[in-house]
Ligand binder design. Structure first.
Ligand SMILES: [Cu+2]
Length: 733
């Protein structure tokens, strides 16, 4: 944990030296000058994976400045340069432009575009004169866009990944009165606060290289082609000490073919693009409501009506996010800025609170446009960060329990304020941290209303004065009614959850304790200020209906089989492929087998297309928690610790991240349908994920062109090659 502000200068220097030593090793690892084997040989990650406590390397190394040598020396605090909390407006997300597909040059192709280009010799393994494909997607039929004709892209969204620069095209999607007065025409600097130093182009790597973070607005019935250009530095050493310039972008929990899922081993290089095809379809479209006759299954039309689509309307999703998924570098890259949000609009969740057609739920949003109004529908990305004495973003991997920052940010702004009207607002809250859990309350203890958990609107809203713990990657959509306050009042969002390290939260504080400032955890307490500034210009017609989205009916879908997955430490590695396998303290045991470290060449499960399975996911220890993400399909939690009655009301919809809780287990029902390919299951504490708590599963019997089993992609700048799986667990098929 971090040193207190009043730590002695000598102790701070000791901690700074320790951090500098660790930073040198992190830099060497992230820049490819140390291999995974070297890390193990150095004893930094032993075979068992536990951190070797080398003096000066670990924040938990014996200290000259602690009475008890087991007391951590701590990390030096991030300097605030005199900046006070709640002195800057919270920027709304920056909405990515939606363009015609014809704006893409070259035009998108069903299989990866293998047109050759001359490669920059600064790329690893590249000799002068080498050529490679312009698109980094693995070539050939297996990685072709599935159903590219049926769900032909209707719009394109383009973004680059690049180093920090000034934003000259900020589009918050709302007038400045709904963005706390921010003038979008002013240049938006890459900084966590106007009075903090700008982030340099090697410190912060974001979508389009700019702040605020980006928002994609999409709707059912309008497939999207997202073209992602990698413009990060060609030299792997140009990373500011952490982060990897190869990337793979996951649209978290998109119901898309695996070629669009940001598979951890389908990464691409600077100078390349990758076309992600997001069909934006309702799960079950092949068999449920195939003629698209149900008006509840649809997307918003530009005239205020509904464009009906096939599929199960009860599978409608709302709040996603997208982020990097680079193998064993996800934590560094997401922390470095590679995260945005993805709002999906539907017949039910139109983003227009006035449309009253018996289908639209009329959730708080706005009325100016037929759909996708953002005035009262606000994305919040909460993340803890840390920076060095120059104010540049800093990271530390030598705490394999999980990296914690000491500075709270919302939408990548340090403790901002947000101006609101006296009416209802929807907040789509994303935990965008590396390893920190949050638990949110309002400073006056007044109620909030859960309407969605992860991407999915709940069967019924749930009123709560404190939200549940929110694990990394989880989204909670809530409604706050500010009409109970008067103009001029303020109320704050407060984090009640204290961490001592990245294993799991160490305790929940009472509201008064959290507000007292007595916690040694700098991220406890107020982090977002709401300023009630005016009455709404027109009456609030938004609603929070008592019934939202009932769960899909599973009674007619037989359970094909059961599997179980145990998440814990003492993972071991049975393979040594230099590209696909990694070692770390964390592992996943499948169906009673040993806990294994991540290898994206290993197939751990291969459910059949069109089936449903029951998965039990279990935490084998009491000293940590793991938020587990299963890609591609929402699951429903049938039981916690064996009992349905342990599932709280706000977890009784569909979910895609499952907090296991210490020693806990969950039983989930999950279906496999519509698309195929290789997907993942992993801990979303991205430190755990990167230290080997990840597995690959696949649906590979979806008919031609799929094979059993699928070959593993091995990306290189000269082109992706394929190799057979390194391992196939006996129980996989
Ligand atoms: Cu974990």
């Amino acid at each position: 944990m971090y040193l207190p502000w009043n730590a002695s200068g000598a102790r701070v220097r000791e901690a700074e030296n320790a951090r500098r030593n660790r930073a040198e090793i992190l830099q060497a690892w992230s820049q490819g000058r140390l291999s995974r084997r070297d890390l193990i040989k150095l004893g930094l990650l032993t075979a068992a994976g536990t951190l070797v406590l080398k003096n000066g390397l670990s924040p938990f190394a014996p200290s000259a400045y602690a009475d008890d040598s087991s007391i951590p020396t701590g990390l030096p605090r991030s300097p605030l340069f005199g900046v006070q909390a709640f002195t800057q407006p919270m920027p709304r997300f920056d909405v990515l432009p939606r363009t015609p597909v014809s704006a893409l040059s070259p035009a998108p192709t069903v299989q990866a575009n293998t047109t050759q280009q001359v490669l920059n010799p600064a790329l690893e393994g590249v000799k002068p004169g080498d050529t490679g494909p312009i698109e980094g997607r693995p070539p050939g039929p297996i990685w072709a866009h599935q159903e590219f004709t049926r769900f032909a892209p209707a719009i394109a969204i383009q973004a680059t990944q690049e180093g920090a620069k000034v934003n000259t095209v900020y589009n918050p999607g709302v007038a400045s009165a709904f963005n706390s007065g921010i003038d979008p025409a002013a240049q938006f600097r890459p900084t966590f606060h106007p009075s903090l130093p700008d982030q340099g182009p090697l410190a912060l790597w974001t979508f389009n290289g700019t702040l605020p973070p980006k928002l994609m607005q999409v709707r059912y019935g309008e497939p999207v082609l997202f073209r992602h250009q990698n413009r990060l530095p060609f030299a792997v050493t140009q990373n500011g000490g952490f982060g990897r310039h190869t990337i793979s972008t996951h649209e978290h929990n998109g119901h898309h073919g695996a070629e669009n899922d940001g598979f951890t081993g389908a990464f691409f290089f600077p100078g390349q693009f990758y076309d992600y095809h997001y069909p934006v379809v309702l799960a079950g479209w092949r068999t449920i409501n195939p003629a698209a006759t149900d008006p509840r299954a649809g997307g918003p039309a530009d005239n205020g009506g509904i464009n009906k689509v096939p599929g199960d309307w009860r599978e409608t999703m709302s709040s996603h996010w997208f982020h990097d998924h680079m193998f064993s570098f996800t934590s560094q890259n997401v922390y470095k800025g590679m995260a945005g949000m993805f709002n999906i609009y539907s017949a039910l969740d139109r983003g227009n609170e006035a449309l009253n057609d018996g289908v639209n739920l009329r959730l708080p949003s706005g009325t100016a446009k037929a759909w996708g109004n953002l005035e009262y529908d606000v994305n919040l990305m909460i993340a803890d960060k840390a920076w060095n004495k120059n104010g540049q973003l800093a990271f530390d991997i030598f705490q394999t329990d999980g990296f914690l920052g000491d500075v709270m940010t919302v939408n990548l702004a340090y403790k901002p304020y947000f101006e609101v009207e006296r009416r209802k607002y929807r907040f789509r809250i994303l935990n965008g941290a590396v390893a920190r859990f949050f638990k949110i309350s309002l400073s006056d203890g007044s109620p909030m209303i859960y309407i969605a958990n992860d991407g999915n609107l709940l069967p019924s809203p749930v009123v709560a004065t404190q939200l549940d713990q929110q694990g990394i990657g989880e989204r909670y959509d809530i409604v706050i009614d500010f009409s109970r306050y008067s103009v001029g009042q303020k109320v704050w969002m407060v984090n009640l959850l204290e961490h001592e390290d990245g294993t799991m939260p160490s305790g929940t504080l009472s509201l008064s304790e959290a507000l007292s400032g007595s916690s040694s955890d700098p991220c406890v307490g107020k982090f977002l200020e709401f300023r009630i500034v005016r009455d709404p210009a027109t009456p609030d017609v938004s609603q929070v209906p008592a019934v939202m989205i009932p769960n899909p009916d599973l009674s007619t879908v037989p359970v094909a089989r059961q599997r179980n997955f145990v998440f814990g430490d003492d993972g071991n590695q049975t393979t040594d492929d230099p590209v696909t396998s990694f070692r770390g303290p964390w592992g996943i045991g499948t169906n009673g087998g040993d806990k294994l470290d991540a290898d994206f060449g290993r197939i751990s499960a291969a459910p059949h297309s069109g089936t449903r399975e029951i998965w039990t996911i279990k935490n084998d220890g009491g000293d940590w928690d793991h938020p587990i993400h299963v890609h591609f399909e929402e699951g429903r939690i049938l039981a916690r610790n064996g009992s349905a009655s342990n599932v709280p009301a706000w977890e009784r919809g569909r979910k895609d991240v499952y907090r296991l809780r210490p020693d806990g287990s969950l039983t989930i029902s999950i279906q496999f349908r519509d698309f195929a390919g290789m997907f993942m299951e992993h801990c979303h504490n991205t430190t755990h994920e990167d230290n080997a708590m990840l597995l690959r599963w696949e649906i590979d019997d979806n008919g031609s062109p799929f094979l059993r089993p699928l070959p593993t992609p091995i990306p290189k700048p000269q082109g992706v090659t394929f190799e057979p799986p390194t391992d196939i667990l006996r129980s996989a098929f």
